[in-house]
Design a binder for this molecule. Structure first.
Ligand SMILES: Cc1ncc(COP(=O)(O)O)c(C=O)c1O
Length: 344
């Protein structure tokens, strides 16, 4: 059996249509720093796809840059960003939001299913000494959609959270590193899960789902957009050959490629989860998208590794499995065969 990639969707390659779009952009010359025709088309396309006439786009090269820049445009230096305690911005971005946010802090909030809830957010806001300069003032709620643990926020839940925090003066950011997977899983429109549900700024991921180091901040808030013009430049994200990022992002959105790629990764995960359930394996999360946290004894995990399965060990007895746009039906069948043998 050849090695089967289930470590991360980041390990997947670049989707052929996106490679072709870059090759297509590699003809002749174009003005630098995002003043090119492809970046202008991307701006128009995002407004169409998100049904928002003044949304602004800011291509960046990583999700961490997208999140920390978006949050720094929404949060004052004395502010706090509330997020779930498992959020990537809190645990896996090296404090980038605090750096770019001039010292803004992040506060982890608990919540079932790896999502913040109206109750836990409200409790966090009630515990704040508002107006007291000794305490960071909550300014933004950041929702990770889907969560780092592969669960999704239903549209109504995002809208209710948005409404609740807006009433207390907070903005809403969405970390959409895998937003296409969430949109496919929910069967909603891009507008419904973002600005119509109260999201001010979205970090729209593409790299995990077939792009090459290209993500884009989509700002639905004019004030944040005005700041992002300067913040992206000062942090080195106004790239001179932005047209190659824009070409990728345009191809990504064209003909629903982003949703088709995400549908494959979600379907392959559903196939894998079905098979593992039949083998009696327990899960820590409900695999709404392409990520599964499975309870697998360490000796079984070792046999799976020996059989050529690539995955992450998260804790003793717990492994993470992630499918991608590239995962095939056959690979999932082979993986299930390896599980069957390893459990014997
Ligand atoms: C939920 C989430 N947000 C943001 C990121 C950040 O992406 P990057 O590694 O490109 O900075 C990741 C990457 O794993 C992620 O899983």
């Amino acid at each position: 059996m050849h090695a089967i990639e289930l470590r991360s969707d980041n390990a997947a390659g670049v989707a052929p249509a996106i490679v072709e779009a870059m090759v297509g952009a590699n003809v002749g010359t174009a003005i630098a720093y995002g003043d090119d025709a492809l970046t202008a088309s991307l701006q128009r396309r995002v407004r169409e796809v998100f049904e928002h006439e003044s949304a602004r786009v800011f291509p960046v090269t990583s999700g961490t840059a997208g999140n920390s820049l978006a949050l720094s445009a929404l949060c004052p230096p004395w502010g706090a960003v509330l997020c779930h305690e498992t959020a990537h911005i809190l645990n896996s971005e090296g404090g980038a939001t605090s750096l770019l946010g001039g010292g803004a802090v992040m506060r982890g909030v608990p919540g079932p299913d790896f999502r913040v809830s109206a109750d836990t957010v409200s409790a966090a806001l009630d515990s704040v000494r508002w107006g007291d300069p000794h305490h960071s003032q909550p300014s933004v709620l950041s929702l990770t959609q889907p969560t780092d643990m592969g669960t999704v926020y239903p549209v109504a839940e995002v809208a209710a959270l948005g409404e609740a925090v807006r009433g207390r003066g907070l903005s809403v950011h969405m970390d959409g590193a895998r937003i296409a997977n969430a949109i496919v899983s929910l069967g909603c429109s891009p507008a419904e899960i973002t600005w119509r549900a109260g999201v001010d700024v979205l970090t729209l991921g593409a790299t995990k789902n077939g792009a090459l180091s290209s993500e884009v901040i989509v700002s639905f808030d004019d004030r944040a957009s005005d700041e992002l013009v300067y913040r992206t430049k000062r942090s080195g994200h106004v790239t001179s050959k932005m047209r190659f990022q824009s070409a990728q992002l345009l191809a990504y959105l064209d003909d629903d490629l982003w949703l088709r790629l995400a549908a494959n990764s979600n379907e392959r995960m559903a196939q894998l989860a079905r098979g593992l359930r039949e083998l009696g394996i327990g899960f820590v999360n409900r695999p709404d998208v392409n990520m599964l946290f499975a309870q697998v004894a360490d000796d079984v995990a070792t046999r799976l590794e020996e059989a050529g399965l690539l995955f992450y060990r998260i804790a003793p007895g717990l492994i993470r499995l992630v499918t991608s746009w590239q995962t095939t039906v056959d690979e999932v069948e082979q993986a299930l065969g390896a599980f069957t043998r390893a459990l014997r």
